[in-house]
Unconditional design. Structure first.
Length: 256
């Protein structure tokens, strides 16, 4: 779980924060669990003095970390404390918050980009930085056009079996529990909050990154015992706040 962090100026949920990013630098936050060779290629393509890289490697991956350090000559590479991250589990959200917290605590960056270890950039760093210079302060986050009841129930109901004893058995056990919770009319979502969903990957400005880190405990309370909340928590946070005004083409996947 992400640690509680001193904010630059803590605000209430939904109020925007603005911070001056140092030298227009970007922070790349990478979650990796396999394919070490592909990860090495990714690091080499991100290696640029305008980028700092924060890397989380799943603790179950047996690997020599020095192999990754050798791929980076111009960027600063920071290894985040390793945990076992499980599919569909709140540990995914905790990992994202841990990466954001590490970067926010280091300095103010113009943008924070969340990637998987299997991603590769399609454009040069020069083009990427030029694009984001034009769109400073905007939020790049994909939203699905519609959230079904089943998708809302990912966080509205309790899913204590997610991530345990194999994916398929967990899904079967959760289905039985969901039916019982539906009968009891359980709903964990606070009144007035609209649940939104989309891809977990993002590019966000410093103010929003600080805001998310400052509310990490509230976010984890919502996501604990959830199912695939990594595709819900940030979209819901942004949509139910003033940050919604800063969205770049909401509902569109942006690929760089």
């Amino acid at each position: 779980m992400a640690q509680k962090t001193p904010s630059r100026n803590k605000n209430e949920w939904g109020e925007k924060m603005t911070c001056e990013a140092a030298e227009h630098k970007h922070a790349y936050l990478i979650m990796a669990h396999d394919k070490p060779r592909q990860l090495e290629i990714l690091l080499s393509l991100l290696d640029d003095p305008r980028n700092d890289i924060y890397l989380h490697l799943d603790s179950r991956l047996a690997i020599d970390l020095s192999a990754f350090s050798e791929q980076v000559c111009h960027s600063n590479l920071f290894f985040v404390e390793r945990d076992a991250v499980r599919w569909g589990h709140s540990s995914l959200v905790a990992c994202e918050l841990k990466l954001l917290t590490a970067a926010v605590n280091k300095q103010a960056y113009e943008f924070y980009h969340l990637l998987s270890g299997a991603d590769l950039p399609l454009y040069t760093q020069e083009l990427i930085h030029s694009f984001f210079d034009v769109h400073a302060g905007e939020i790049f986050l994909a939203f699905d056009n519609f959230v079904s009841k089943a998708e809302r129930d990912r966080v509205a109901l309790y899913h204590p079996f997610v991530g345990r004893r194999g994916r398929h058995r967990s899904l079967s056990e959760n289905a039985k529990l969901e039916k019982l919770q539906g009968f009891l009319r359980i709903d964990r979502i606070p009144a007035g909050i609209e649940i939104k969903k989309g891809s977990q990957w993002f590019s966000i400005p410093d103010g929003l990154a600080c805001d998310v880190v400052n509310h990490s405990e509230e976010i984890m309370r919502m996501c604990r015992y959830s199912n695939c909340a990594d595709e819900v928590f940030l979209q819901t946070f942004v949509w139910n706040s003033a940050w919604r005004e800063n969205l770049f083409l909401s509902g569109v996947h942006f690929v760089f």
